[in-house]
Design a protein around this ligand. Structure first.
Ligand code: ADP
Ligand code: ZN
Length: 432
């Protein structure tokens, strides 16, 4: 079902004309209002007037997560703070998050695109949307919340966690659409089974699952266990949040909403734009955002376009499932985690060796993180008490920096395998 038929099914020629017009306005605006872009463009010998076609976009420099960090917190905003009505943030590598801002119009656009995503999964004002994405600085919760309200559905803002209560509400309220991470959905399914719920007798019809990688195997399990249609949703806070791209019932990729974003796929090593269908890093330019426009932002997400026309009638390009990242970011229980965050905690404590390993596993559909850290010989020969103390201190500190709990395992010197090249910091045992 279309939410905005005109824009979702716009003939590609017309869509491209709209993109060019919006791109030019965005370029002019960032050139005028954001010193960072003015300097970058000037260095590259580009004036706003040099962008005359969509192909000219390729001449513009990329923007990276590092640029966002260097301009922390508000340095890349293109409006004054008096026009910003909301900020969100996602985790950063050294404890400083990536901060993004929205004007009233930006929030409006986001609500429209989240409503569009829900409608794409068959959502209407008659639905009860149980939104189990986390509320807070993370964009998942509030993003879909506003979308569900815009759609006119009844939204249940339960946020994540508290699984038994989720299941009780799901039953009592007659939830028809579930929105959460795919791993949490599986967990809900299995806990529900244990509680004796019969999902086949419940009115659940669609699940909108995203914020972390998943697979066709998980889709089959979710559809079977929960008796619903499971669809993929993509987003990242830098670009907006959930609703940048949404899978339609054809299940052959997510339509990226090209009336607001221009996607490119590049070779992550050379930066070269790749032909449609090749796998590479997704780069996105926002063309309607006011507070925080991004030009050629390198998402670090690996995917490819599905350039085939879609039977659903939407004309926007589709991207395939995200298959990985070009950096070492992990997504654990929906939270972004960089090994370097753990490293900074260890360095700061000064009580351990610089050898550590993150071991990630999925037990009963819940991600678990264990951190192995080497400590000096002296400590090991000392009292157990001291080791336990250190373990506890590290655990608390890591939890507060990462935002998720982890087990800390102190190990003897030389137990963590050394590598000859780049140190291997992560063992990911999850099968998705
Ligand atoms: P959000 O708040 O929208 O989850 P974050 O900035 O916290 O955004 O995280 C965004 C990252 O989450 C993306 O860059 C991508 O790596 C991952 N992600 C989001 N949606 C999906 C998805 N459907 N499949 C795989 N990975 C996803
Ligand atoms: Zn489609």
């Amino acid at each position: 079902m279309y939410w905005d038929r005109e824009n979702e099914t716009m003939p590609r020629e017309q869509l491209q004309a709209l993109q060019l017009e919006r791109l030019r306005l965005t370029i002019e605006r960032v050139y005028r209002n954001v010193p960072f872009y003015r300097e970058r463009f000037t260095k590259a010998g580009i004036k706003p007037s040099s962008v005359r076609s969509l192909e000219d976009l390729r001449r513009l420099p990329f923007t990276t997560k590092q640029d966002l960090r260097d301009n922390y917190p508000f340095g890349l905003f293109a409006v004054s703070m008096s026009d910003v009505v909301r900020v969100h943030a996602s985790s950063g590598t050294t404890g400083k998050p990536t901060v993004v801002g929205y004007t009233k119009n930006d929030i409006n656009t986001w609500a429209e695109l989240a409503a569009r995503s829900l409608a794409c999964a068959g959502g209407t004002k008659f639905d009860v949307v149980q939104n189990a994405y986390g509320y807070g600085l993370f964009t998942g919760g509030l993003g879909l919340h506003y979308g569900a309200e815009r759609l006119g559905a009844a939204v249940v803002p339960v946020s994540g966690g508290n699984t038994r209560r989720q299941l009780m509400l799901m039953q009592d309220f007659g939830t028809t659409i579930l929105t959460c991470t795919p791993s949490y959905a599986l967990y809900l399914a299995e806990e529900g089974q244990k509680m004796g719920l019969d999902f086949k007798k419940m009115p659940l019809k669609a699940g909108i699952f995203g914020a972390e990688p998943w697979s066709e195997r998980m889709r089959r399990q979710l559809e079977e266990k929960l008796d619903l249609v499971a669809l993929d949703i993509y987003g990242l806070s830098e670009i907006m949040g959930p609703g940048v791209a949404m899978e339609c019932p054809a299940k052959e990729g997510m339509h990226i909403f090209e009336d607001h974003f221009i996607p490119e796929i590049i070779d992550p090593d050379t930066g070269e734009v790749l032909p449609a269908g090749s796998e590479g890093e997704l780069v996105i330019t926002t063309i309607t955002k006011e507070a925080f426009p991004l030009i050629r932002y390198r998402t670090r997400d690996i995917t490819r376009f599905n350039p085939e026309p879609c039977p659903c009638g939407r004309t926007h390009l589709r991207i395939r499932r995200i298959t990985g990242r070009t950096d070492d970011m992990l997504i654990i229980r929906g939270v972004n985690v960089f090994p370097s965050q753990v490293e900074s905690v260890l360095l700061e404590s000064g009580e351990t060796e610089p050898h550590y390993l993150l071991v990630v596993d999925r037990k009963g559909n819940l991600d678990q993180l264990e951190i192995w850290v080497e400590v000096g010989e002296e400590l090991f020969s000392d009292k157990v008490r001291q080791l336990e103390d250190l373990e506890q201190r590290l655990r608390e500190r890591i939890e507060s920096v990462l935002g998720i709990s982890a087990r800390v395992r102190l190990v003897e010197p030389n137990t963590i395998p050394r590598s000859e090249g780049k140190a291997r910091r992560v063992v990911d045992r999850r099968e998705i």
